[in-house]
Write a protein that binds this ligand. Structure first.
Ligand code: WTA
Length: 652
């Protein structure tokens, strides 16, 4: 059921263009496009105004400083993310307002609701427990938790004492966890016994146990969630509930310098090794706060539901910090969208009267497949703003979302951003529009973006090119890659120098300045909303004893967006078989996690290579996509292409 207040109206001339109506404009924080011009004329003042809305222990002395590769926001300012997320509201008399609603997967289990006051107590207790374990300012704490309230509490507690969290997606394997813990040198890990997936308890702690040998992790806090039997290593492992029992509910937040490290989040680049993206405190806080407020038009009574996992940047910024800094209610759902049936998400929206729903195109495409009879069973009239993130959205999915979830009443705010940007950078604001399928929108006020050619020159409107960010760089943009200055400079600032941040996305801009993202231009895939490098999957497959060489390319997929396809050369004497395929999938599970499983594995005798021996992934990509293969005459082994055409059933 989709009746409810109307927030958009169609453009009289352009099909599938929508604009905010008067109701939407009246409620919006911003509805006058002049805000774009004003911010463009003086971005520093724009961001300083946004920053004024947060609590600072000490005011900044300089809004923005730029030096090659090193830029700073709010220098000299002191603040704390947890204080701004929680204490600020309690002090303002909103302690009894609900901060967090937790919806467990088992539909008959009672969830949990935490007011801001209760959240403050829980966060402070854990913060004190962490201090007791020896965690001090600057120390790294790993968080490997499912979607439970403790995930939010843990992040908040860590930043409260000035420590640095590194959250690892709970569906990542033990090995993936180990790599990340080793890289950031975490001292403590917070994990859980397990969690629920499609009605069954799934163990998590055993993964952590396998991951920790050889790392610097000295203590492990274990949240009891699934109740499954887990071995506890004496001297190392402590039950979370026991650690916080009796801990004081008061823990003063650590005043952090605006440029102090807040958290590290690993993400996929073009190599096999994930990179530790570093976000600092002040710029991230302001960017996360301001975009949450304006993108979703958050007000006092909003119930905000972002369906991402806390293990991704979207979960960090739009489940945790952004909504909480805005003092609204954030919803955390433990499970999958198809349990106990395909209507679960809509049932949760009805049950909790959700007003803002933020999800990924891959999820929407899944719902399209399941059919509109599911949302039709529920009252979705409380919805006001719909958001998407993570990959380009196709027109069909956009329209389905617009019509069947939003009832044609709600704007779709298609937000472009990256782990690196910390918060959204391109979108159409709910009081501003236009909302157009496949088009994200304009750069957020105060953010400068352009579409350039390979030489860094701006291309004409309508022409395709590369999306870059220009200084002053967004406040939330990464400040580095943990322990790797060279890689940081090389990955983002080598194409065009330190004056332009290269997003590695292709894009085009229309006459009005709306940006359409066309997708990654490097070897990073978006698999069901999960960012993954082809090189990571290759590295994982190479670990199998019988594999001699491997090339992974992506293929578009109707539901998942993209999926990895693997071409494998086996070692001499090894025979291809279904059994071997299964083993290879297991290898991928072990090294990364099930999200990285190839959709197809081809055993081949050869892959196309250049004269210098580099695999021509471009040719493989064309083959799996049924696109023209192009000139293969310069290959060292052009004959390999014919064999591959047969293998993949290529028809041009
Ligand atoms: C892609 C997710 C099109 C893009 C927040 C980017 C998008 C990568 C959009 C970052 C969008 C994200 N439209 N593409 N609205 N949002 N992307 O780091 O390719 O997991 O570079 O951050 O996702 O993925 P990440």
């Amino acid at each position: 059921m989709s009746k409810g207040e109307k927030w958009v109206q169609p453009d009289p001339e352009r099909t599938n263009w929508y604009w905010p109506n008067e109701t939407a404009k009246a409620r919006a924080w911003v509805s006058d496009p002049a805000v774009y011009e004003k911010a463009a004329a003086d971005p520093e003042s724009f961001w300083a105004e946004r920053a004024e809305e947060l609590d600072w222990f000490e005011r900044w002395s300089k809004v923005y400083e730029d030096a090659p590769y090193e830029f700073k926001w709010f220098s000299g300012g002191k603040l704390n993310l947890s204080h701004n997320s929680i204490d600020r509201h309690v002090k303002a008399g909103k302690g009894d307002k609900i901060a967090l609603i937790w919806e467990p997967e088992p539909a008959d289990e009672e969830g949990r609701v935490l007011t801001y006051k209760e959240l403050l107590a829980e966060v402070s207790k854990l913060a004190n427990a962490l201090k007791q374990m020896g965690v001090a300012k600057g120390d790294r704490v790993g968080i490997y938790l499912p979607m439970v309230p403790e995930a939010i509490i843990a992040m908040q507690a860590v930043v409260r004492i000035g420590a640095v969290h590194s959250v690892v997606f709970s569906a990542f394997s033990a090995e993936a966890l180990r790599d990340r813990m080793l890289d950031c040198g975490a001292k403590v890990l917070i994990t859980a016994d397990g969690y629920y997936r499609r009605g069954k308890p799934i163990p998590l702690k055993p993964n952590a146990d396998r991951a920790l040998a050889g790392t610097q992790v000295q203590k492990v806090l274990v949240v009891k969630r699934s109740g499954s039997d887990v071995p506890m290593e004496s001297g190392r492992d402590v039950w979370y509930h026991e650690a916080v029992k009796g801990a004081s509910e008061t823990c003063p937040p650590e005043p952090m310098d605006a440029e102090d490290l807040a958290f590290i989040l690993y993400t996929s680049g073009t190599t096999g090794k994930p990179k530790g993206v570093m976000h600092t405190t002040g710029g991230y806080a302001v960017h996360a706060y301001a975009t949450s407020k304006w993108d979703f038009n958050l007000h006092e009574n909003d119930i905000h539901w972002c369906t991402a996992d806390v293990g991704w940047i979207t979960g960090h910024t739009y489940i945790n910090y952004g909504p909480l800094m805005n003092g609204v209610t954030t919803l955390v759902y433990e499970g999958t969208p198809d349990y106990p049936d395909f209507g679960r998400m809509w049932q949760v929206i009805e049950k909790h009267k959700v007003t803002v729903y933020y999800t990924a195109p891959t999820a929407i495409r899944m719902h399209v497949k399941w059919g509109e009879e599911w949302p039709e069973k529920y009252n979705l009239s409380t919805l006001r703003v719909l958001g998407t993130v993570g990959e380009p959205i196709n027109e069909e999915a956009w329209l389905w979302y617009f019509n069947h979830i939003g009832g044609g009443r709600c704007p779709i705010v298609d937000t472009w951003w990256q782990t690196e940007t910390g918060a959204t950078c391109v979108q159409a604001l709910p009081g501003m529009g236009p909302f157009i399928p496949t088009v994200a929108g304009r750069p957020f006020p105060g953010i400068r973006a352009a579409i350039v050619d390979a030489g860094g020159n701006e291309v004409a409107r309508g022409e395709g090119g590369y999306l870059v960010l220009q200084p002053p760089f967004p406040p939330g943009l990464l400040r580095g890659l943990y322990g790797d200055v060279e890689k940081y400079r090389g990955t983002y600032f080598s194409e065009y120098g330190p004056g332009l941040y290269f997003t590695r996305d292709g894009a085009r801009m229309d006459e009005m300045g709306n940006i359409r993202i066309t997708g990654r231009v490097d070897d990073v895939m978006n698999v069901a909303g999960h960012r993954l490098a082809t090189a990571e999957v290759e590295d994982a497959l190479t670990q199998h004893a019988l594999v001699s060489e491997v090339a992974v390319v992506s293929r578009p997929d109707e539901v998942k967006g993209e999926v990895p396809i693997a071409f494998l050369l086996l070692k001499k004497g090894a025979q291809p078989s279904d059994g071997l395929k299964k083993e290879l999938i297991k290898t991928v599970d072990q090294h990364i996690g099930p999200t990285a499983r190839p959709a197809e594995i081809y055993f081949v005798d050869d892959v196309p290579k250049t004269r210098s021996g580099k695999i021509m992934r471009r040719v493989l990509k064309a083959l799996v996509r049924g696109e023209p293969v192009g000139d293969v005459a310069t290959l060292r082994n052009p004959e390999s292409v014919e064999e591959l055409k047969q293998a993949v059933g290529y028809k041009s």
